[in-house]
Each structure stands twice: as structure tokens, then as C-alpha cells.
Design a protein around this ligand. Sequence first.
Ligand code: ADP
Ligand code: MG
Length: 380
Amino acid sequence: MEISQLQCAHEEHYGVQPTVIAFAPGRINLIGEHTDYNGGFVMPAAIDRGIWVTASVTDGPTSLWSSITGDGVTFDARTVEPGSVDGWASYAAGMAWVLRDPIGNCPNIVGTVHSNLPMGSGVSSSAAMEMVFGQIWAALADKKLDPKQLAILGQKCENKFVGVNCGVMDQMASSCGREGNAVFIDTRTLEIQLAPIPKDLSIVLCDTKKPRALTDSAYNERRSQCEAASSVLGVKELRDANMEMLLDAKPNLDPIVFRRARHVITENSRTLEFQIALANNDREAMQALLRGSHTSLRDDYEVSCFELDAMAEAALTSPGCVGARMTGAGFGGACVALVETQWVLEFGESASAAYKAKTDIDPEIIACKPVKGAHILWQA
Ligand code: ADP
Ligand code: MG
């Protein structure tokens, strides 16, 4: 969105000019799924869709309006505590709460929220909300926060204020993304290695339009199964286990817990291998690894669904497709495909038609550019 458009929207709503405007991207995960809460490896890219926020300081309470939800919310940023704000405002309020420790009380603001990021489709609009408000409040306090520190604070906001027990991948991707690159992240050390996307490859988001039923319960169940496996294996986190250890422990593991752990262990290996395959632009290896990831998420981790399987299949049989798999937490949402750039249009038409024929749902296919992470766009 243009800065002038954003300034106008702010003035229309509040009768004053904004003093700061920030942007935070969504993210798409290439590989490394359900590994971040196991201390493992992930490889997301920040994408050229995200959330813009305009803000100016006010004497009254904080008042926010979202173009997506079409409604306004108010709270006092100086006094919010977990449990005192819910709904979509909790992402903004939660950031004011987590920032109190490193930067002190956040000022109250009036602000507008604009987005071109699908919500609940696995491209992490929640982390984009956290990172964009983190940027806004840090800028108004005249404080510079390291992007990694902001990501950790965002995860704390989502875990402790919003009440979603997520790992750190989404916030790291939205905060630390780099133009033209995916980022390989070791979620234990938060070390980042850039992974340039070859110029002739495009990252394509294939949204199934099946609303994600990420039942918190299924997600939390997977997390406790991973913890159960770690405890039988005698490791801190599944990051520290390998297949040999898992096979040795098989007699002592519940069969479902065994399969959950097998997914995490093999997914970590695939992510490490994918980093090399991408660097070498080795298409055969990329295809095999993405396929392996999808199969493992479907059969061992059991987080796929009919629509995600249909979309992965539709993508794989479409022109120029190097590889495809479900992305995000699962139970609906989107697939990611790597597509030869020259075939992107034909790919989109073919994948849409094949998916619709199978599911009777019109999907949305979006070619994404990897962009830099959350930042201030403009400040008075
Ligand atoms: P995801 O992160 O995969 O998009 P989540 O369920 O984690 O899905 O987060 C989606 C929630 O984030 C929405 O239900 C809403 O509360 C909030 N949200 C995201 N984008 C916006 C927006 N533009 N305006 C208001 N709330 C938003
Ligand atoms: Mg989310």
C-alpha cells in the first residue's frame, strides 16, 4: 500500500496525521514443519503480503481499527495484562504488555490496520500482527530492538497473552526475513543462514480455502506427544534424537508417539538436506524432499486433510512444478509450491482447475516474492 493512502485512512478515522507507519510480512514455510517447538530446523521466507499499521500517540485509551475485521477496539496500553483483552486486539495489546519489560510503558495510540494477508491460511497473519505492533511501539518509544529480540517477544505475546502455544518460527520469519531469500533457522540457537531463492524459481502459495481447523487441542496433543517421546528417548528435545535412537526405543514407545517422533526426526534431516539442495538448485532433490515432508506430515504426524492432499497433488501435476507440500500447521490452510518462474501462470491455471475438479472449491494461487522483515516504513 502507498504511504499517502495509509496517511489518508488514518486522518479519515482519527482527524489527525499518523506519526509512524510500519509493515510486517506474512511468511511461507518451505520446509521444516512442526519442528520449531522441538528445537529443530525451519526454512521459511517472509512474503510480499502482510500487515500495515498507522499510528499516532493519544491522551485517551488506545483505539485501533482494522480494514479486515471492519471494527474498532479500545484498551489501555499502559495497564493491559493477560486476560484483560481478547479478540484481534490481543495481538496488539499483548505486544504492549511484553514490551513493558525491555522498553517501559508503551504510549496509547490511535491506529489503523490494513492487510492483504489471508487470515488462518498458514501464512501467519498473527505473527505479522505481533511484529508490526512491536515495530510501532518501539519506534514511538524511540527504542531500537534487534529483530530476533522482537521475534522472541512476539512469541511470548502469542503464548502468554493471546494463549496460543506456538513455536518461534513465524515471528522469526516475519521479523528477520530478507529480500530474495528464504531463511534457514536453527530454532534452538536462533542462528540464521540466508538461503537465496534461485532467480528462475518462484515460491507459490496455493491456498486451499479450506478454513484451517487448527483445533488448539490437536496442536497441543502433538506437542505433548513430542514431549512424551523425548522423555522416553532421554533427550531434552526431539532435535537431539536420531533415527537409530528412535528405533532402539521403539518397544517402549506408544505406536502413535513413535510416528510423531519419526516425523520430527526425519523432517529435521530433510530440512538440512533441503538447504543444500536449494543452494545447488538441485530440482530432483528438492522435489523428493518436499514430497517426503508432505507424506510424513500426512501419515506420521497426521495433520494433513483431503483438501491439502488434493492441492499438493494438483500442484505436482501442473506445468513447471519443482515440488509441493502442505505448509503451516495443517488441518486446512495452504500448500507451498516451488515453480519454474516462466511457468507460473500456466501452473496457477492448471493447479486451480485440478484442485477444483477434486474438491469443488475455488482455490487462490499466489506467486510470492521473498521480502525483508518487519520495519518502519515512514516516520514523521
Ligand atoms: P494465521 O496466523 O495462520 O493467519 P492465526 O489464527 O494464528 O492464523 O491468526 C489469525 C488471527 O490474527 C485472526 O483471527 C485475527 O484475530 C488476527 N488478525 C490477523 N490479521 C488481522 C487483521 N488484518 N486485522 C485484525 N486482526 C487480524
Ligand atoms: Mg498464527
